[in-house]
Structures are given as C-alpha cells and as structure tokens.
Write a protein that binds this ligand. Structure first.
Ligand code: GLA
Ligand code: ZN
Length: 660
C-alpha cells in the first residue's frame, strides 16, 4: 500500500479546529481539490485524546477518520508521544528530561521526554493502545507515524542506570570498559560501575571513549523507546506498518540502526530555497544528498514526510518558494526515491509557535491563491507519475557515511579542533557525482558493498576491522575505491591503531601515512598534476596528509611547503580493482573532473548527452528526471525546460519517452 502510488499529503491537526465544524467540513473539500491522498493525523493531539489521566476522548478522531475515508483519503495515524499533556508532566516529574548539567526541565516544548522512564512508557502504551484498538483496523489507516522527530538525550538517574546496564552488556566487565576508554590516562580508572556517569559540563567531558559510548547509548535508547511504541501498536494490530520522520543531517540517532526497526523511512525537509549565499543548484544538491541518505537507510523508497508548500517561520529569514519551486521540490524527492510528498501542515494555525509557518490552506482559507493552486498542480503531477512508485534505484556509487565514525572523529581532539567538516567533505564527493548524473547511495560500516562499482570512504577516521576487510574484498574483486585523508586512524573504541596507517588498507592504497598538517580556514597548499588525467592544478586545505608511497602511482603532488613533491592524489592497482587516495580536501572544482576520470569506464550517467550547468539528471529505475535549477529557461534543443522546470522520461526498449 505505502509504495503503490505517489502519495500526496500533509500533517493534519484538526484538534485545533474542533470548535469550527465548518472548517473541518471545508478541509475535506479542499483536500480533494488539492489531490490529497493521505494525512498524518494527530501528531500532537495527546492532550485532546486524554484530557485527564485515563479519560479518553476519541470520538472526534473517529469522525475525522470516517470523513477522510469517505472522501478517499488515507490516514497515517500518529502516536502522540511527541508532546505530553501538562497533567502528566506535573504528576510524574520523572518523565521530564534532565539536562547535561543535571537540571530537570519544566513542562513545556515538545520532543523532550525521558526515554527510560517506566511511567512515560506505561502512559504512552496506554494511549497508543487506545488508538490501536479503536482505529488500528480502520480501512483508512494505512500507516503509523510513530511519535515525531525523535531526538535529544536525558541525563536522569534512570538513564544513568540504563547506560551502565548497556555498558555491562557491551563490555562484559569493568576492566574491559577501562581498557576501551584508556582510563589509565589521567588515572581515571573506574573501580565500580556506579562511578560511571554520563558526560557533563561539570564532570567527565574529555574522555573520548565515554563520549562515544554515551552517543551510542543515546541512539540505542531512543530506538528502544521507538520499538516500545511500535510494539504497543503491533500487539493489537500485528500487521501495522510503521514509520518515523527523520531529520536533516541529524547527529544523535544512527538512522541505519533505526531504519531496521521500521517499515518506511521518511524525513522532514526544509531547505532554504533561494538563499542569496548559494546557488539553487547547491541547495538542491544538499537536499538531494539527504534524500539519498534516507533512501539508503532502508535501501528502498521512502517518503518526504514534511516540507513546506511556501515558507517556514523558524529560519533566520523565511523565503517563499518562487513559482514552480513546490513542484520542483516534490519531483526532486520522487526522482531520488520518495513515494510520498507531504507538507507541514494542511491548514495554517491561528495561534502559537507556528502560526506564520506556511500551509496548504493559509489564514485566508482560499483555494485560488498561488500556494494552493501550485499544490494542486503537484497533486496532478504525482497522479500522472504514479507508476514511478515503488521503483528502486540502480546501484552505482556508494559513499560511506557512518554515525559512530562521526561521533568518534568529532569527539577527538586532533589536528583541527575548529571543525573537521565531515558533511562538507561528503558533500564534495556527492555533488560532483550528482552533477555528472551518477546515482549515489550511502552505506554504514554494517552495510553491504556488493553491486556497487565505486565506493568512497571520506574521512573514515574510525575504521572497523570488519569493514576494512569489506573494503579489501570489494577492491580485490574489481571495485574502485576512493579513500581520503583522516581515514583508518582509530578502531571501534576510538583507540588509535598501532603500526602503519590507514589501518588495514596500506597495501590496498599502496602507501602509508607519515604526518598530518592542519590548515586554518582559508589556508591552502598548491597541488599540481603529474598525470594527464587529473586537473592541472588544485588547492588542498583542511588537513594535508603527507604519505610515503609504497607501490601507488602519484597522480597529483603537493607543490609547496616542506612536503612539496609528496602525493596529494595517488592510485594503486589491487586485485582486480584499483584504489585512489586523496590526501587532502581539495577545492570544490577538483572533484567533478576527478570523478569523471574515475567513473569513465565503470559507470553510465543518467543522461546520455551533456547538460548545461544548472541542469541535474537523476535516474530512478527506468525513469529519468531532468531538473532545471536555474531561474531562467534552458534550451536543450529538442526540449526546453522552464525556470525550475522538470522533464521526466521513461526508458522503454532503449528509447526515451517523455512522460512529463
Ligand atoms: C518539524 C516538525 C513539525 C513542524 C515543522 C515546521 O519538522 O516535525 O511539527 O514543527 O518542523 O517546519
Ligand atoms: Zn531519563
């Protein structure tokens, strides 16, 4: 069901309008006009569903669901745990989070409950099961929206105990914890588990192993809570399909781990389109990278669960989406593997925090303003492209993105404490490949590399032994591997590898690391090509590694400083494949020609011909999407693309037919 069509929908919060039956009535009519096929219902409705402890009021929701169903609209029913009622926070203080400084929060805000509290779990179970019993078998309900944007951490006593239990389970003994965290340094050895505390600004905040394991625990505990919610539903409706809405570049949950526990990955996307400080193509690529990451966490189609049809109200400056942008953003999501285009929210709130956030229906309530009309256009396009739903993407290139690596790398004090820019590094590789029209997936160190022709490991500081083996096998059996500086430095517990590094890969790469020089922002080192296949010049920055060649051929070398002449780019044949090393972070211009060379004989771009800058080609199954990121029309000979226009082609028997 969830991959049968391209769904069009919105967050629907009718509890705000229960005193306005006329508005609720009108909603249905307008939803049909806009081509809405699904709504996410009741995400923040707990206080209306259970106004007093144990007193449930579900009739209003029954009416809403029945009416939606009668109108042909399906429901993605939310568990309301994201925002708890005031009575609950007041009566049971333990459900409120404790901050790192050990101060317990007051009632307020949302998405800030303790993940460990047995009382919170019990109360969530009770309300979730009320919903499941009453609506779980309603034919309108096709999906469950578990909570909302899980995130954050709690340092209460219950969480401390749960952390210690998690450590016992992971390490087996306190000695093993001490060893993994290198506690001998500064003499911080623990002699009893009860001495272990989560990181705190006024306590332990410099022990790398503790910081890393705390992050792992927070991710684990959040997922554990999500599983609890899911299972409350499944106890009553065993076949219930569940999703969670994930977030942009979110640091605190390993979404690969979370995705294993759900049926559908989704995310909420709010790029600032039309930012004066970057091109729209750059914004689009940044957004596309997240789409591809969310596709990758399950390796199958996802939903864009939230987006705005017009403006947000929380960015430093909220720009309206210019004419055509709503459709552009919808089709971009589809091109990258989404089977759903949904908005926050259906009808603009009258008051409170999000009253100026864009919505499909604005305060004027009209169906003839630009936003409404453009949303209805999206509805039509999604219907037209319905057969794209469910199609998978071809495996071409994979970038290794690993949450634990990020946590370890950013927790360590090293050659550049003013910021390593892990995402920025990844973006350079991603953007270059996307501009060429190569499909990119993301894999974690638990991932499977089979089927890919190209694997890129940017800043894989923490390289697990088992993943080093996977990279070796991948290359030996004919794959092309690209490894950058600051890779293969430390193992699973952030203990540095002894001996030559990049650990486990020196023979694959045909070199070993000797020194690492940190660069200030804006500080660069000139590099020059020594092979004709490379760009003649490039600038290295961020970190400059100095390596000793042990069989690899240099393709570019540093051209200044004491390490002039040492390799900045090198390639080494290994088994049936080859492995490239990039010893520094280059200026952006380097990456497109570099990847053109790397991909030449191994990967086919989405679009057969050449495309002008600003036009992006993306392939999904047999469908090819061409998108114009420019504010001007683009003439491609046989076809013209309007400003922000999209053309969709279907490949049939080797020929391309335009279907949109
Ligand atoms: C998030 C939340 C929504 C809403 C939007 C506003 O994605 O999930 O409830 O607050 O942001 O942009
Ligand atoms: Zn807690």
């Amino acid at each position: 069901m969830i991959h049968d069509i391209l769904w069009h929908g919105a967050d629907y919060n009718p509890e705000q309008w229960l005193d306005r039956p006329d508005i609720l009535q009108k909603d249905i009519e307008l939803m049909q006009k806009a081509g809405i096929s699904v709504v996410s219902l009741g995400i923040f409705a707990w206080a209306t569903l259970e106004p007093h402890e144990g007193e449930y009021c579900l009739d209003w929701m029954q009416e809403v669901i029945d009416r939606l169903y009668a109108a042909g609209i399906r429901v993605n029913l939310a568990t309301p745990s994201g925002a708890r009622p005031a009575w609950l926070a007041q009566k049971y203080p333990e459900v409120r989070r404790v901050n790192p400084d050990r101060v317990r929060q007051l009632f307020g805000d949302r998405q800030n409950h303790c993940y460990t509290s047995p009382i919170y779990r019990e109360k969530v179970r009770a309300v979730n099961q009320q919903l499941a019993r009453r609506f779980g078998r309603h034919p309108a309900v096709i999906l469950w929206h578990i909570s909302n944007e899980y995130g954050g951490e709690c340092h209460c006593e219950l969480c401390q105990e749960a952390f210690r239990d998690w450590l016992r389970e992971r390490y087996g003994s306190l000695e093993a914890v001490n060893r993994a965290w290198s506690t001998k340094f500064w003499g911080h050895d623990y002699t009893d588990f009860s001495q272990i505390e989560s990181p705190a600004p006024h306590g332990e905040h410099a022990m790398n192993g503790l910081l890393l394991d705390w992050k792992r625990f927070v991710s684990h505990q959040t997922i554990d809570f999500m599983k609890w919610e899911r299972d409350c539903i499944r106890e009553i409706v065993p076949q219930a399909k569940v999703c969670v809405n994930m977030m942009y570049r979110f640091d605190m949950i390993d979404y690969f781990d979370m995705a294993r526990e759900i049926d559908l990955a989704t995310w909420d996307t709010y790029p600032t389109w039309h930012k004066p400080t970057e091109t729209l193509e750059e914004t689009a690529l940044d957004n596309a990278m997240m789409h591809d990451l969310i596709y990758s966490v399950k390796g199958k189609p996802f939903w864009m669960m939230e987006s705005t049809p017009s403006v947000t109200n929380w960015q430093p400056v909220s720009k309206v989406k210019k004419p055509g942008m709503n459709l552009f953003s919808a089709l971009q999501a589809v091109a990258h593997g989404s089977d759903g285009v949904l908005y926050f929210q259906w009808r603009q709130s009258r008051g409170a925090f999000e009253k100026f956030h864009g919505a499909v229906v604005a305060h004027d309530g009209r169906d003839d303003n630009r936003v409404f009309l453009e949303t209805a256009e999206v509805g039509k396009a999604l219907k037209l492209l319905s057969r794209v739903a469910g199609t998978r993407k071809q495996k071409q290139a994979a970038i290794v993105f690993d949450w634990a690596n990020k946590w370890a790398m950013e927790g360590a004090q090293g050659p550049r404490n003013i910021g390593l820019g892990y995402w920025e590094e990844i973006m350079r590789h991603y953007a270059a490949l996307a501009r060429i029209g190569i499909g990119v997936d993301f894999v974690s160190q638990d991932g499977d590399l089979s089927g890919y022709k190209l694997v890129i490991a940017p800043m894989l500081y923490m390289l697990r032994e088992d993943f080093a083996l996977k990279l070796r096998d991948f290359t030996a059996s004919g794959g092309t591997l690209v490894v950058t500086y600051w890779s293969g430095v430390a193992g699973e517990s952030d203990l540095c590898y002894l001996g030559d590094t990049p650990h486990g890969l020196t023979d694959v790469l045909g070199l070993r690391r000797c020194e690492i020089d940190g660069m200030f922002d804006g500080e660069t080192r000139r590099c020059v090509a020594v092979a004709p296949s490379m760009p003649a010049h490039a600038l290295g920055g961020t970190l400059c590694e100095v390596a000793a060649l042990e069989g690899a051929a240099p393709l570019m070398v540093y051209d200044e400083d004491f390490f002039a002449g040492s390799p900045a780019v090198a390639v080494n044949p290994y088994g049936k494949g080859r492995a490239y090393t990039l010893a520094t972070r280059f200026d952006e211009a380097f990456y497109r020609p570099f990847y053109k060379t790397v991909c030449e004989d191994i990967l086919t771009p989405a679009w057969p011909g050449s495309l002008p800058d600003g036009v992006l080609a993306t392939r999904r199954g047999a469908f090819i999407f061409l998108q114009n990121t420019l504010a001007a029309s683009v003439d491609l000979g046989a076809l013209a693309l309007m400003p922000y226009g999209t053309a969709v082609f279907e490949e049939r028997d080797g020929a391309l037919e335009r279907i949109l």
